[in-house]
Ligand binder design. Structure first.
Ligand SMILES: Cc1cc2nc3c(=O)[nH]c(=O)nc-3n(C[C@H](O)[C@H](O)[C@H](O)COP(=O)(O)O)c2cc1C
Length: 352
């Protein structure tokens, strides 16, 4: 193995290669995580959209299939987050990842238990604070990346954060899919890469075939950032649902939010006041309007249409722009083997 693949990232996380499979709601399931960690990368289970019961089953499944370390992604606002955190500690999970609105209480608890904290940041302004409150690794996701994303392009963000010399491994994220990208990130001073879309477009990803077909057709310039789904910039493939959302007025958005809340109620058993209460508590912690927050609290339903039910045009398709450069659905082991082989060739070429 090329010596450049042993980095502070692989040392902290205990994986073979400096490659992270990120958390993606309804995509980064036990099946995907098992496949990525077995292939030598580090995988995060997307537990931010799971109940504690489902999360426990997923953790048990991974543990029954592999002895390799893995991580769990949480969201500070999700219901029963404390139960999930306790479970991660009890099951000896290696790391937790999180994004917006990290909870210092949770970070302190998991760190005291010896777990590693891996936040994703989308702006260099958040780097110092993230490390100050406990980050062991910083994943820097640039504008090209899928799902919620910031405004700074990947390489610019990476340079900004590396230059701060904060004493923790820095991981490049947003737009990666191959070994050239890994070699470039290592040459740039990063300690590894993190990828979402590439792993979603794999054989083991549970995303329905009808939906994967839409990702295979996607074009780089038609995977856009919109705030219309939940009030925060989120990168998605421009499909008919996104076009409708983009053309909605504020009042139309609010009606849609209430309509979805009612549907959400029938799906989850949550009463409308409970939905409003959850939305209100999120609103207090963000700078969103109540209408946006209502959308945020039921955006999961719209995402699930595509990512779980296999109805890509009735839902939205969170995606990195890199989907426009991907035209296959290989096994995770092939993705990782290919990355390592081509990164090795790229590094040797530079050395010669
Ligand atoms: C389908 C999809 C779902 C995602 N869901 C989540 C999520 O639930 N939580 C999260 O922190 N990030 C989520 N993300 C962001 C990814 O974890 C990752 O940061 C991003 O995809 C990296 O950019 P890339 O797709 O260019 O590799 C999602 C991304 C995609 C493509």
């Amino acid at each position: 193995m090329h010596p450049s693949f042993k980095t502070p990232l692989t040392q902290v996380l205990g994986c073979n290669y400096p490659v992270i499979q990120t958390a993606m709601g309804w995509v980064s399931t036990s099946q995907l995580v098992t496949a990525t960690v077995e292939a030598g990368a580090f995988g995060f289970l997307a537990a931010a959209v799971m109940t504690p019961q489902d999360c426990e089953k997923e953790i048990q499944f991974i543990k029954s299939k592999t002895t390799k370390p893995f991580g769990v992604n949480i969201h500070a606002f999700q219901p029963d987050v404390d139960k999930i955190v306790d479970m991660c500690i009890d099951y000896g999970v290696m790391a937790i990842s999180y994004g917006r609105g990290p909870s210092t209480k949770i970070i302190e608890k998991v760190k005291n238990a010896g777990l590693k904290c891996v936040p994703t940041i989308g702006s260099s302004h958040h780097a110092e604070k993230a490390v100050e409150i406990g980050a062991d690794i910083l994943v820097c996701q640039g504008h090209e990346g899928g799902g919620h994303t910031g405004a700074t392009p990947t390489w610019l963000l990476l340079g900004q954060v590396i230059d701060k010399n904060l004493g923790v491994p820095v991981v490049a994220c947003g737009g990666f899919k191959d070994g050239r990208g890994l070699a470039a990130a290592l040459a740039f001073g990063a300690d590894g890469v993190a990828m979402g879309t590439r792993f979603m477009m794999s054989s083991e990803s549970p995303t329905p075939d009808t939906t994967k077909a839409e990702y295979l057709k996607a074009e780089v310039t038609k995977i856009l950032v919109s705030k219309k789904l939940d009030g925060l910039p989120q990168r998605m493939i421009l499909n008919s649902t996104l076009k409708t959302l983009e053309n909605s007025s504020k009042i139309g958005m609010l009606f849609r939010a209430f309509g979805n809340s009612l549907k959400y109620k029938s799906q989850t058993g949550m009463s409308l006041p409970q939905v409003v209460k959850t939305a209100w508590s999120m609103k207090k912690n963000t700078d969103l309007t109540l209408g946006q927050t209502m959308m945020a609290s039921n955006a999961p339903m719209i995402i699930q249409k595509a990512m779980v039910e296999g109805l890509p045009n009735e839902g939205v398709l969170p995606s990195g722009q890199v989907a426009g450069l991907i035209s296959d659905l290989p096994y995770c082991s092939e993705i990782i083997q290919n990355i390592i082989e081509t990164a090795t060739l790229s590094l040797k070429k530079l050395e010669s």
